[in-house]
Design a protein around this ligand. Structure first.
Ligand code: ARG
Length: 280
């Protein structure tokens, strides 16, 4: 069912002919952050990638995905090497000085990963003075720098690199976003997650400061996705079933006015009935 839903979504995506389809819009990401972005063979896939395809389609351009180090994304955006960032990037006030963020599209938090047999780390307070691994340039790294007294911070290119270091005992713990952490632990039975609520993250798309045309278009796509069921399909397709998925409320929707749309739900993939819902 998941596969069929995504197939219908993608079919709708590619059946749409777009006027400027030879022009590209470049999206920057760091494909070591499943389920948001990761590689399958030579292909970069994930929640953010499919969402970016919808963004590019609505913007009337072809999507080009540029995979790079996470801590180089904002500079790449500022220099014009990429047009937007879709990388599970948390919309922080500090980053807002350098980029414009879209509507939020996902709510997450930081968690702690430790060895499965560790019994001494039960909360973030227990990390004081320990060697902690993070992905360079992330909010997890910032949290360690600002909030863990005497931490011996070790920054890695990816969370996966940090996990290798944790497995061989070079560090005591990792601080990383929840869902990528769950993916790491799923693949490594010698690691576990310590679930403590100490830092929340809300993900958004970043565009170059002042690029209102693209920002408006991205926001329109996100709002439409949330309203028409495409967002839910992406969640069903990429997210773990046991994950407590929170869809953040959109900042700009402050009205409870209703707009009525007429359709005939017998025309898949554009509109059709799925259970008691009209989707497409
Ligand atoms: N949410 C965190 C941040 O914005 C981590 C994002 C890492 N993303 C990635 N694609 N590696 O700092």
């Amino acid at each position: 069912m998941k596969k069929i839903s995504l197939f219908l979504l993608m079919t709708a995506l590619f059946m749409t002919s777009c006027s400027k389809k030879n022009e590209v819009v470049k999206m920057g990401t760091n494909a070591a952050f499943p389920p948001f972005e990761y590689t399958e063979g030579s292909e970069v896939v994930g929640f953010d990638i499919t969402m970016s395809q919808l963004i590019a389609k609505d913007y009337g351009k072809k999507l080009e995905v540029v995979d790079m180090n996470f801590d180089g994304l904002i500079a790449a955006l500022q220099s014009g090497a990429i047009d937007f960032i879709a990388a599970g990037m948390t919309a922080t006030e500090e980053r807002r000085k350098n980029v414009d963020f879209s509507e939020p599209y996902f709510s997450s938090k930081q968690v702690i990963i430790v060895k499965a047999d560790n019994t001494s780390i039960e909360s973030v307070e227990d990390l004081e003075g320990l060697a902690i691994g993070c992905q360079a340039g992330t909010t997890g790294e910032l949290y360690v720098q600002d909030s863990i007294p005497n931490a011996d911070l070790k920054s890695f290119k990816t969370g996966i690199d940090a996990s290798l270091s944790l497995k061989n005992g070079a560090i005591d713990a990792i601080i990383l976003d929840e869902l990528p952490s769950k993916e790491i632990v799923k693949r490594n039975s010698d690691l576990k997650i310590v679930d403590d609520d100490f830092c929340t993250d809300v993900y958004a798309i970043a565009v170059r400061k002042g690029n209102k045309e693209l920002l408006d278009s991205v926001n329109k796509t996100i709002l439409t996705m949330k309203a028409n069921g495409a967002y839910e399909k992406l969640i069903n397709c990429f997210m773990p079933v046991d994950g407590n998925i929170v869809i953040p409320a959109s900042e700009s929707v402050t009205t409870d006015k209703i707009v009525k749309l007429g359709t005939n739900a017998a025309f898949p993939p554009f509109e059709y009935v799925d259970g008691k819902d009209i989707v497409g």
